[in-house]
Ligand binder design. Structure first.
Ligand code: FE
Length: 204
């Protein structure tokens, strides 16, 4: 393992953005503008408490409660906030309902916009340039690489996130899950199914 970063800048494990963020953080800490413990606490919250299990609960409720599903369609921000899921990067939410004729898929072509309050931090591939470019150009190929093959006639609609708008895909409820509780249903809602690069798991 090379350790001399001065001679081998390209071997650094940090990306240029990460290096800039690290430099910025040191300056802010040094000047007393931010408390490193507070930054750690925020990161830990997003790593441990806020995650896809929240979005899964939104989906499970939409599957079992038609009034909630209707609210989600009309005003996703308010419906999601009613479950206590609010905060940065989730102020303006739109729920995209998959149907037998339509599959929705979410990307941020410009950067990495993602609905943090319901999905936590974005996975690395979501932020990667190949996904951001190819999701729009060849969504079916990208889906196939995620193991998702859709019927020929099913339309694929790709949604580009913006700083203002964040999307949560409501996957189709799998057949054979009639009578399941919200908890049971939430357990089969994967993160990828809520980004649109997956489908909700089949019952085991
Ligand atoms: Fe973005």
């Amino acid at each position: 393992m090379p350790h001399d970063d001065h001679d081998h800048p390209h071997n650094s494990e940090l990306s240029p953005i990460e290096l800039r963020v690290r430099a910025l953080e040191s300056i802010l800490v040094e000047k007393g503008y931010v408390d490193p413990a507070a930054v750690d606490a925020i990161i830990q919250t997003y790593e441990t408490e806020i995650g896809p299990h929240r979005g899964a609960r939104v989906v499970a409720k939409a599957w079992t409660d038609p009034a909630f599903a209707d609210w989600l369609k009309r005003d996703a921000s308010a419906a999601i906030a009613s479950l206590g899921y609010t905060g940065r990067q989730g102020e303006h939410m739109v729920a995209l309902f998959n149907t037998p004729y339509l599959h929705n898929m979410v990307v941020c072509t410009l950067c990495s916009c993602y609905p943090w309050p319901v999905l936590g931090l974005p996975p690395v591939w979501y932020k990667s340039p190949p996904y951001r470019a190819r999701a729009v150009k060849e969504p079916r190929t990208v889906l196939a690489e995620f193991g998702v093959t859709l019927p020929e006639g099913k339309e694929v609609r790709v949604w580009d996130s913006t700083a203002e708008m964040r999307y949560l895909v409501i996957p189709e409820r799998p057949a054979g899950t009639g009578g399941w509780s919200e908890e049971q249903l939430a357990a089969i809602v994967t993160r990828d199914s809520m980004i649109g690069t997956g489908v909700a798991g089949a019952p085991t």
